[in-house]
Design a protein around this ligand. Structure first.
Ligand code: UD1
Ligand code: CA
Length: 454
């Protein structure tokens, strides 16, 4: 039987108290729903249906790169009603896995277990939790067989004492859904069409309902900011743990956030309050200082990122030194032994082997050769208000402090720019450029004096 997945994501999420649709709130750097979509995709379903309502267009555009069959639920009349909207687009020979867009931590393993257990029939994912208030409860008969699910609001005080809850996740054949879902009524406390109501109908028709129990952590639903932060801390701990298992030293695992996929070599050390986003590679012996953010970058072996640095979209070779307080922007390439010091910003710039920009510079659209020195306060003026231009600096060049390099410009190998120059013309090999007004000393000059008015 083919598998089709239906993800319910039409609800408003009022308790998030936000204009953003609930399923788009970021968790570990990705919207909630993308966590569910990613896990669902691992099961190779023939179709992934997502039921949207509130903020439908925003949700669709946040997932535009994922092949999804979007189903629109105009009014949110309940989980049963939501699945009913998708049903006409589901092959009647398929089996259907229902997931929630706001239950992001569910694992592939648990879902596979549930699908296996269901076989051609029906299986529900349950969990035993300490504080079941708010959840639907699983009611079993004297022999322990599944009987029905009762929503918290419809439950009797006795039923509310049950700590086995419905996670909402279930597997059923499209055939059963077609047979039973249309006859679900909204005759309950909330006036909603409840999906779990099909289960009691199946039981009445002597069909067995299988259950699989999940850990309370994976079935955590995100309804408010407290639960969102809790889920974030679960992911943080799990990812930090995975890095440590591979031998990475984390000074404090509770203060490292991995919001993407990170590959580390051996003897990598990561200090506190570091955020790693997107695809990040940290090669052997890389050391990342406190309060640094690295996204979509490769950092070569032995490179040290000093504290308070941000690195985005960069390729850094071995044994470089970056920061403290460096801002490395997209398109930066550092060759080995290069040094970028404090308050230096680079963008779309390549820096050759062992070249240095140690303090207070902006290097944009620059190509710098090897063993060159860029003095403190050097600015490449790469933008003329309309277009960007390139500054080329050769090997063994020396750019004195506080120089303004007006691009397009070429400073050749071994050229020298005197401090404080505004350089507008190319500088040839071994030439010295002096682009500042000559100093004038006034002999016999007298300091201004306070006038004595009395
Ligand atoms: C549901 C279950 C409850 C279970 C709990 C687990 C029902 C009736 N109840 O309750 O047994 O313990 O989940 O978290 O199924 N949605 C739609 N369209 C709708 C209604 C809901 O798409 O018309 C979506 C929501 O966006 C959400 C999911 O379905 O992603 C669950 O809906 P929600 O209203 O949160 O259900 P609960 O009351 O939590
Ligand atoms: Ca819910």
């Amino acid at each position: 039987m083919e598998l089709e997945v239906v993800i319910l994501a039409a609800g408003r999420g009022a308790r998030m108290q936000s204009d953003l649709p609930k399923v788009l709130h970021p968790l570990a750097g990705q919207p909630l729903i993308r966590h569910v979509l990613n896990t669902a995709a691992l099961l190779n379903p023939s179709t992934l249906h997502v039921v949207v309502g509130h903020g439908a267009e925003e949700v669709k555009s946040a997932c535009a790169d994922i092949p999804v069959n979007w189903v629109f639920q105009k009014e949110q009349l309940g989980t049963g009603h939501a699945v009913l909207q998708a049903l006409p687009q589901i092959n009647s020979a398929s089996r259907v896995l229902v997931l929630y867009g706001d239950v992001p931590l569910i694992s592939e393993e648990t879902l596979r277990q549930l699908i296996d257990k269901a076989g051609n029939g029906t299986a529900v994912l349950t969990a035993n939790i300490d504080r079941p208030t708010g959840y639907g409860r699983v009611i079993r008969d004297e022999s322990g067989c599944f009987e029905r699910i009762v929503e918290d609001k419809d439950a009797t005080p006795r039923e509310r004492e049950v700590d086995e809850i419905n996670t909402g996740v279930l597997v059923a054949s499209a055939d059963y859904l077609n047979t039973y879902l249309p006859s679900v009524t909204s005759d309950n406390e909330q006036g909603e069409y409840y999906l779990p109501d099909i289960l009691s109908q199946l039981v009445k028709d002597k069909q067995q309902i299988f259950t699989v129990s999940a850990s309370p952590q994976e079935i955590l639903g995100i309804n408010d900011k407290v639960q969102l932060a809790h889920a974030e801390s679960i992911i943080r701990a799990a990812r930090a743990r995975a890095l440590m298992d591979l031998g990475v030293t984390l000074i404090d695992p509770s203060r490292v956030d991995i919001r993407g996929d990170v590959k580390c070599g051996s003897d990598v050390v990561i200090d506190i309050n570091v955020i790693l986003e997107g695809h990040v590679v940290l090669d052997d012996k890389v050391n990342v200082g406190a309060n640094s953010c690295i996204s979509d970058s490769t950092i070569g072996a032995g490179t040290v990122v000093h504290p308070m640095s941000t690195i985005e979209g960069a390729t850094i070779e071995t044994s470089c030194s970056i920061g403290p307080f460096a801002r490395i922007r997209p398109g930066t390439k550092l060759s080995r032994d290069a040094k970028i010091g404090n308050f230096v910003e680079t963008k779309n710039t390549s820096i050759g082997k062992a070249s240095k920009a140690s303090h207070l510079s902006y290097l944009g659209d620059a190509k710098i050769g090897s063993s060159s020195n860029i003095g403190a306060g050097t600015i490449t003026c790469n933008y003329d208000g309309v277009e960007k231009h390139i500054t080329e600096i050769g090997d063994n060049a020396f750019v004195g402090s506080n120089s303004t390099l007006v691009a397009p410009l070429k400073i050749s190998d071994e050229a020298f720019v005197s401090a404080g120059s505004t350089v507008t013309k190319d500088v040839a090999k071994k030439e010295l450029a002096v682009g500042r007004s000559p100093q004038r000393n006034v002999i016999g000059w007298k300091r201004p004096q306070k006038k004595n008015l009395s």
